[in-house]
Write a protein that binds this ligand. Structure first.
Ligand code: HEC
Length: 130
C-alpha cells in the first residue's frame, strides 16, 4: 500500500470512531421525549409511587432503595448483590430489563437504540438529582 492509501485508511477509521463517540453522547431534550415511555409508571417526585418507584435520586444509589416501594424479589436480590445505578448499569438495564434482571416486575421491553438510552440517561440524571 502506498503511504497515501494508508493515510486514507487511517482517516476513515478515525472518523468512524469519532462518529461513534458523537452517537454516544446524550442530549437531555431528546431524552425527555424518550422518557414519555416511562411516565405512566415513574415520577421524579420524591416518594411518589406510580406503577413503579419514584426515580428521585436514583443515580449512584443501590438498586431497589426508593423509600416506601415494594420491589420484586428479583430487584431485592440485585440490591443484595450490590447493584448500584450508574451510566453503565442503567444502560444495561434499559436495553432489556428482563435480561438484566430476570423476573423484574418492570413490564417494559427495553430501548434497543443506544442513542435513545444515552439521551434518556442524561435526562434522568438531570431530573433525578433535583
Ligand atoms: C409498566 C410500568 C413501567 C414502565 C413503562 C417503566 N417502568 Fe421502570 N419500573 C417499573 C416497576 C414496577 C419497577 C420495579 C421493578 C422491580 O421491583 O422488579 C421499575 C423499576 C425501575 C428502575 C429501578 C429503580 C430502583 O429504585 O432501583 C429504574 C431505574 C426504572 N424502572 C427506569 C425506567 C425507565 C427509564 C423507563 C422508561 C424507559 C421505565 N422504567 C419504564 C415499572 C415501569
Amino acid at each position: 500500500m502506498s503511504n497515501r492509501k494508508i493515510g486514507l485508511v487511517v482517516l476513515a477509521v478515525a472518523s468512524l470512531y469519532a462518529g461513534h463517540a458523537v452517537a454516544q453522547e446524550g442530549n437531555w431534550r431528546d431524552g425527555r421525549k424518550v422518557f414519555a415511555k416511562c411516565k405512566t409508571c415513574h415520577s421524579f417526585a420524591e416518594g411518589k409511587t406510580l406503577f413503579g418507584p419514584s426515580l428521585a435520586g436514583v443515580f449512584d444509589r443501590k438498586a431497589g432503595t426508593a423509600p416506601g416501594y415494594s420491589y420484586s424479589g428479583a430487584m431485592q436480590a440485585k440490591n443484595a448483590a450490590g447493584l448500584v445505578w450508574s451510566d453503565e448499569t442503567m444502560d444495561a438495564f434499559l436495553t432489556k430489563p428482563k435480561a438484566f434482571i430476570p423476573k423484574t416486575k418492570m413490564k417494559f421491553p427495553g430501548l434497543s437504540d443506544a442513542q435513545d438510552r444515552a439521551n434518556i440517561i442524561v435526562y434522568m440524571k438531570r431530573r433525578a438529582s433535583r
